[in-house]
Design a protein around this ligand. Structure first.
Ligand code: ATP
Ligand code: BTN
Length: 234
């Protein structure tokens, strides 16, 4: 699935780099650091040296259902981190958490005929800027040892490749629903899904399409991916 890999020292964003050029499907851009790393809704993604930042391009025709993609890719990231000895959780729809803090994020953007997937994983950073220092965590901060980024990236790309093939051929519900539910952050807890209309309910799990299922005061509610932020309701 991954055919070309370009590793840059510094870039604005691997995501915009791929979006702006006409690179073939299967191209991967990696950068040591990003000056303008971005998350969902145009938020900033802190991308100092030590982290792993990469994006790749897929054919939109092969992946028509992009709301499940961040979950499938997020599962791969969480499994790669578990191979390093961590206990990880998936925060629906696009983040990976360890010890209640964010260790990785996935960004999926779709154009007419391409899907660009961007992944940021906090690996060897010693610290973060003040804004996120209480909510972000790196592998190094947990294990006290550096991980080789080339080794980690190739391992992660292998898992992503395997999952994307399975997803394309067999869909989401056969395998991913169950695996993701096992790792779902806030499962069984009262959460608030913040969008135009905030909804409060107990997080029960996800359905066969990857929608979040909440049990609210007025019944069961399915929440679609989109610009939704999930928080504990306290
Ligand atoms: P939600 O997904 O619930 O909307 P979020 O705060 O996780 O909320 P995202 O858009 O997924 O939002 O991610 C961007 C946010 O992640 C930033 O606003 C910042 O708070 C946080 N962040 C930025 N860089 C990093 C990083 N390297 N590691 C962990 N967290 C980061
Ligand atoms: C999020 O949690 O909102 C998603 C964060 C995605 C960050 C990655 S780092 C590589 C790629 N380039 C970017 O500018 N963003 C993504």
């Amino acid at each position: 699935m991954f055919k070309f890999l370009i590793w840059l020292k510094e870039v604005d964003s691997t995501q915009t780099k791929l979006k702006e050029g006409n690179f073939p499907n299967g191209t991967v851009f990696v950068a040591d650091l990003q000056k303008g790393g971005k998350g969902r809704k145009g938020r900033r993604w802190e991308s100092r040296e030590g982290g792993l930042y990469f994006s790749f391009v897929l054919s939109a025709a092969d992946f028509k259902e992009s709301s499940q993609l961040p979950l499938v890719v997020g599962l791969a990231v969480s499994q790669a981190l578990e191979e390093e000895g961590l206990k990880t959780f998936i925060k629906w729809p696009n983040d990976v958490y360890v010890r209640g803090k964010k260790i990785a994020g996935v960004l999926v953007e779709r154009s007419k005929d391409r899907v660009i997937v961007g992944i940021g994983v906090n690996l060897n950073q010693r610290e973060f800027n003040t804004e996120i220092k209480n909510t972000a965590i790196s592998l190094y901060q947990i294990t006290g040892t550096e991980v080789n980024r080339i080794y980690f990236l190739s391992k992660l790309l292998n898992i992503i490749d395997k999952h994307l093939r399975h997803f394309r051929l067999k869909g989401f519900s056969s395998f991913f629903k169950e695996k993701i539910e096992e790792k779902l952050l806030f499962k069984g807890e009262e959460v608030i899904a913040i969008s135009d209309k905030p909804q409060v309910g107990i997080l029960l799990g996800i359905d066969a399409e990857g929608f979040l299922i909440l049990k609210t005061a007025s019944g069961y509610l399915k929440v679609n991916t989109g610009d939704i932020s999930l928080r504990l309701y306290r």
